[in-house]
Design a binder for this molecule. Structure first.
Ligand code: 13P
Ligand code: SF4
Length: 319
């Protein structure tokens, strides 16, 4: 505990000294989320992280999350220094969508509007017409469908299928998945619902279709937190990374949250639903974030310029 508070004090002083702000995702360790809040930074979903980093006056952004979040921040604010606790924090969706293969896929379907999820590299974004996060994917695709456009969607097939089903749009899917959400099991959730019949089921749309079908609310991390606050239920079964429980419990101290099972049985296991890359953000690598030289985000200028367009379109679509 003493060590933790020493780290926290040191990080707070460094942030001030360097005119830097900490932008953290809801999946990071609670102690990182706490630090972001205590230092005037933000804890948010990926869309709000992008917006916050762009609008905040600090010279340096410290992005605690995964690499695509740091890259997005750098593309949107090329004049700012963007540092991350580790650049090794990637995402299975990003890994599963290499830019050269993706570009070929786009070339094969020139009649389709390319919509990519934010969980992708700068090079993949540069090839896109639109970037979306889970909180606005439905709205953007609905809009494009109304304009009569056919969609090429990458990389998350589950989110893509959900969007397709909800909007009725013509969507061609890339075959990618999130290793965390893909593990949630419908059978396990049904068993848990039998145990807690009053519980509402909250599901992130990166989960498989059978899990999404059991949901009372489907949404991005911030939308799920909001649902926990506003629904009258006292208990919840939550299918997303366990990092989110910190904020849910903070906002709703009297409610009870169960992590959705990742096994066929109803056993709930908090340590299971935990993104290994988000977990790489820790107090020690945050404390030496200004000293190292291997953790700054750089994005090729030409790529960044191309990737900025679909990203801006996303931010301007819903202010
Ligand atoms: P959100 O945009 O909902 O925060 O999701 C980001 C993410 O990586 C989900 O796994
Ligand atoms: Fe990527 Fe899944 Fe981790 Fe989110 S939880 S960063 S989608 S691997």
């Amino acid at each position: 505990e003493q060590e933790k508070s020493d780290y926290k004090a040191r990080i707070k002083a460094l942030l001030q000294q360097h005119n830097a702000v900490l932008v953290a995702h809801y999946y990071t360790d609670p102690i990182i989320q706490e630090l972001a809040e205590e230092t005037g930074g933000c804890v948010a979903d990926s869309l709000e992280m992008a917006r916050f980093g762009k609008e905040h006056p600090a010279d340096t952004l410290i992005v605690a999350g995964v690499k695509f979040m740091g890259e997005t921040a750098k593309i949107l604010t090329p004049h700012k220094r963007v540092l991350m606790p580790t650049l090794e924090a990637t995402c299975s969706l990003d890994i599963g969508c290499p830019a050269d293969e993706f570009s070929e896929f786009c070339d094969q379907h020139p009649d389709r509007t390319v919509v990519v999820y934010a969980n992708t590299s700068a090079a993949v974004k540069a090839r896109a017409d639109w970037v979306v996060t889970s909180s606005i994917a439905l709205d953007v695709v609905e809009h494009l469908d109304k304009c009569g456009e056919k969609i090429l969607w990458a990389p998350d097939k589950h989110l893509g299928a959900y969007v397709q089903k909800q909007t009725g749009a013509d969507v061609l899917l890339w075959d990618g998945a999130c290793i965390v959400h893909e593990e949630f099991k419908a059978r396990g959730i049904e068993d848990l619902k039998a145990l807690y019949p009053g519980a509402a089921v909250l599901v992130h749309p990166e989960s498989p279709q059978a899990v999404v079908e059991l949901a009372d609310v489907v949404g991005s991390t911030s939308q799920l937190i909001q649902a926990a606050e506003t629904l009258p239920n006292r208990e919840f079964i939550v299918a997303t990374d366990q990092g989110i429980f910190f904020k849910m419990q903070q906002r709703c101290p009297d409610k009870v949250f169960h992590v959705a099972p990742t096994a066929g049985s109803g056993a709930s296991c908090r340590s299971c639903a935990n993104c290994p890359w988000m977990a790489m953000n820790a107090l020690d690598n945050l404390a030496d974030v200004f000293e190292r030289t291997d953790n700054e985000i750089f994005v090729d200028e030409a790529l960044a310029e191309q990737a900025m367009r679909p990203l801006r379109r996303m931010l301007e679509f819903k202010k």
